[in-house]
Design a protein around this ligand. Structure first.
Ligand SMILES: CC(C)(COP(=O)(O)OP(=O)(O)OC[C@H]1O[C@@H](n2cnc3c(N)ncnc32)[C@H](O)[C@@H]1OP(=O)(O)O)[C@@H](O)C(=O)NCCC(=O)NCCS
Length: 171
């Protein structure tokens, strides 16, 4: 499958020669989280290595890239378990954001999930990733599933956050 999404971008399945670019996209994804949390140690010294681990886990058939000038500038994947699927990862390189690429990547995994007979398609952004939550909401993710609650034993300063069912959470 190769989908021409605009004059300059196509979406297609991951290929082995996309590896270095995808490693770098994974690094960008981690860097985004470092920014969000103002925490430079997230992901360790070589966050790009997580791409290789992910690829080994899900296989190249479950990854799609947005390509610009022969370079992968966007990456989306699916983790499938039975008839449920989770979108992971989802990243568009900074210079290419706001051009409809993220939307096309999400449409790709929605359409692939439907074809595979998936019943639930989920995605798990951290609560602090507000922009991405808004983006995903716009793409049709309107149901809330699990909520991960945690205690923090470090002195990290959490922000006062959303209220749910009368409970005030930090995030
Ligand atoms: C989230 C992300 C993939 C979106 O990709 P993108 O290519 O910039 O998004 P698009 O240009 O396709 O935007 C599609 C639509 O969402 C809207 N949108 C994008 N960002 C938005 C935001 N912060 N708030 C509200 N709407 C937003 C756009 O306006 C556009 O709307 P339209 O179709 O009505 O014009 C990209 O910002 C990204 O890589 N973020 C960092 C990594 C990340 O957070 N990954 C998700 C981890 S779960």
């Amino acid at each position: 499958m190769v989908k021409q999404v605009s004059e300059h971008y196509v979406i297609r399945k991951y290929q082995e020669d996309d590896r270095e670019q995808c490693r770098s996209l994974w690094r960008e994804l981690v860097e985004r989280h470092r920014e969000i949390y103002q925490e430079p140690t997230i992901g360790g010294e070589h966050p790009e290595d997580y791409f290789d681990k992910h690829l080994a886990k899900v296989g190249s058939d479950r990854l799609w890239v947005a390509v610009h000038n022969s370079l992968a500038v966007g990456l989306v994947g699916l983790i499938i378990e039975g008839n449920e699927a989770e979108v992971e990862p989802l990243i568009v390189s900074k210079a290419h954001r706001g051009k409809g690429i993220g939307k096309q990547l999400i449409e790709t995994v929605i359409s692939e999930s439907r074809q595979m007979g998936i019943r639930i398609l989920s995605v798990k952004p951290v609560v602090r990733n507000i922009q991405t939550i808004k983006f995903l909401y716009k793409q049709g993710f309107r149901n809330l599933g699990e909520i991960e609650l945690f205690m923090s034993f470090s002195d990290y300063s959490w922000k006062a956050g959303p209220k749910l069912f009368g409970c005030k959470f930090n995030f």
